[in-house]
Structure formats: C-alpha cells, structure tokens
Design a protein around this ligand. Structure first.
Ligand SMILES: Nc1nc2c(ncn2[C@@H]2O[C@H](COP(=O)(O)OP(=O)(O)OP(=O)(O)O)[C@@H](O)[C@H]2O)c(=O)[nH]1
Length: 189
C-alpha cells in the first residue's frame, strides 16, 4: 500500500486562535505533528509531505514544501501538496488532530471509493474535509479556485464528485480539532 499513497499534512496557516504554531504543541512528550506522523507512518512509510513554511518541521525528516501561493488557507495548501504528489490517492490530514490513529486512517482508506475525487469524513453534524482522501487530479480544481480567489474548501468539495463517510462513534475523540487555547488546556489536563 505504501508506495501507492501519499500523506499530505497541512501545517501552515496562521494559528490565530491558538496564538502559537499548533503543530509544535506538546502532548505527552511529543508534538502534535509527531503524533500525526506516527499514525501515518505504518500506512505510508516516509511518504509524508508536510506543507508549511516553518522549517522547524524539517527535524522530522520528511519532505516539506512551502505553499506555491501563500496565505490562501487549506485550499492553497492542498493545491501545493497535490501538485507535488506522485500518487493518485492522497491521504490528507491537518496538524491539529493529534489523537488520530492508524486504525482510523486504515478504515478511511478501506472505505473510500477511488471513483470519487474527494472523500471527507463526518462526525455527527460536523464534516471534516481535512481528514480525507483526495485524488491528485483535484489539483486542477484547486488551482482554478485559487487563481479566482475562491478559498472556501467546503464549497470546492460541493462542486466535485465526493463522498462523505461517517466515523464510527467510538472514534469521535480522534477527530477533535484543537484550535484554541481552551481546547488545548482541556486536552492536556
Ligand atoms: N499549508 C497550509 N496549511 C494551512 C493554511 N491555512 C491553514 N492550514 C492548515 O490547515 C489546517 C486547518 O487550518 P485552520 O484551523 O482552519 O486555520 P489555522 O490557520 O491553522 O488557524 P486559525 O488562524 O486559528 O484559523 C491546519 O492544519 C493548518 O495548519 C495555509 O495557508 N497553508
């Protein structure tokens, strides 16, 4: 499976709500980004592509690329990641889901249907486009939106053939986004 899948890890953005780079926050002695990479490694090996301008992530030893067009949010990060990818299937994650596990990601890959351009996940009422699977050809769609300055990821997904799959309730905590100081304090207490 390893060579057929690229993991694209979005680690850019402003972290405005947290006030500090989310990927470098500590949880039980490891940074958020390390937790996410540890969950990915059994599936993709070293084929992890970090999309970020922060060179502190280079310590992890994976390929890092900077956004081709900066400050465009996840649509910009995904465009860059998919342009760099050499595989049809791309497992996309953000750095702010430190509780995600290999088991959940394997489940996602097993349940995704390659005929869809995007597979996103859903937990209750909340869809998570940044825990998903993207076809490399989506780079063209993201490119068009980016150059038209249409930066709403959810809107882009609505326009293409996509599927939304419900995460088993027992795994709800794994897809928690940690965006604010309060959410981080609750996580580590
Ligand atoms: N490469 C890249 N990643 C991004 C960009 N904007 C957001 N991300 C990543 O996308 C994920 C979701 O980002 P958000 O939580 O919506 O935005 P954020 O900038 O991290 O945080 P806020 O400023 O608080 O909204 C996170 O993993 C970010 O690191 C971007 O412009 N480029």
């Amino acid at each position: 499976m390893e060579n057929k899948i690229t993991a694209i890890l979005l680690a850019g953005g402003k972290s405005q709500r947290m006030g500090t780079d989310k990927g470098l926050l500590d949880l039980n002695g490891k940074t958020f980004i390390q937790h996410v990479c540890d969950a990915l490694r059994p599936i993709v090996g070293s084929n992890i592509l970090i999309v970020s301008a922060n060179n502190k992530y280079d310590d992890l030893g994976f390929l890092r690329v900077e956004d081709i067009i900066e400050n465009k949010g996840p649509v910009g990060g995904l465009y860059t990641g998919l342009k760099q990818s050499k595989t049809k299937v791309n497992l996309v994650l953000s750095v702010d889901v430190p509780l995600v596990t290999t088991e959940l990601l394997e489940w996602l890959l097993k349940n995704h249907d390659e005929t869809f351009m995007v597979t996103q996940t859903k937990n209750g009422d909340k869809t998570s486009p940044l825990i998903g699977v993207y076809d490399r050809s989506m780079q063209t769609v993201f490119g068009e939106h980016l150059y038209g300055d249409q930066l709403k990821l959810r809107r882009v997904i609505e326009e293409v053939r996509h599927q939304t799959i419900e995460i088993p309730a027992a795994w709800s905590n794994q897809v928690q986004n940690i965006n604010t100081k309060e959410e981080y304090q609750n996580l580590i207490k």
